[in-house]
Ligand binder design. Structure first.
Ligand SMILES: [Zn+2]
Length: 196
């Protein structure tokens, strides 16, 4: 592969881009520093590619993990702060129809009917195919006091609970909505930890 972009090599000659990349990785001296002594092991050769590849993989994996964690932590733009969890609630729905009725009825919490739905008891665990488990985090911003209901769901498939990316949302909680009733002394852990 040839490139029009030239770089200065060690000897001052102009080299192609990929030659430059090759030299950057494989020409790096691998020095083993022990205490005050430095033992030069010379050029690392193909090992340089492996090192570079591992660095790229490590960077991406770390970034992905941070992204996954932050994605689940809603951010208050006006206060520049993450919402913190005030209370948690776990719900089980034996069939997708039951879950859908709940999900659609609580997409907005502005009505007394929606509030009553959220306040309902759905804590009896059901481990049957097609059942839905819903973990609800009631969150608040320390700065402005805004609150959010964060739902994330799992579906029981082939004997196991599987995280569903479709069952995820954040719903604003209106003033006057009683979140404190969901505060428990010992918050439940997500079902996945118990099932796997
Ligand atoms: Zn805020």
């Amino acid at each position: 592969m040839r490139s029009n972009i030239g770089f200065s090599g060690d000897a001052g000659e102009r080299v192609g881009f990929w030659t430059f990349v090759d030299r950057s990785f494989t020409g790096a001296d691998l020095d083993l520093a022990i205490s005050r002594y430095s033992i030069g092991l010379g050029e690392v050769g193909p090992l340089g590619y492996l090192t570079a590849a591992l660095e790229v993989i490590g960077f991406c994996a770390g970034g992905w993990l941070v992204y996954e964690i932050l994605k689940k932590s809603p951010w208050c733009a006006s206060c520049q702060a993450y919402f913190r969890t005030i209370a948690q609630k776990k719900s089980y729905f034996a069939t997708f129809d039951q879950f859908e009725d709940y999900w659609e009825g609580t997409g907005s919490l502005e009505t007394p009917e929606a509030e009553a739905l959220v306040a309902g008891e759905y804590s009896d665990r059901v481990d049957v195919g097609g059942a839905v488990y819903l973990l609800t985090d009631f969150r608040g911003c320390r700065g402005c006091g805004d609150r959010l209901m964060s739902d994330s769901g799992q579906v029981h498939v082939a004997g196991k609970w599987k995280v569903s990316l479709e069952i995820e949302r954040n719903v604003p909680i209106p003033k006057g909505f009683n979140v404190e009733r969901f505060v428990q002394a010992d918050p439940p852990s997500p079902v996945a930890e118990a099932a796997m």
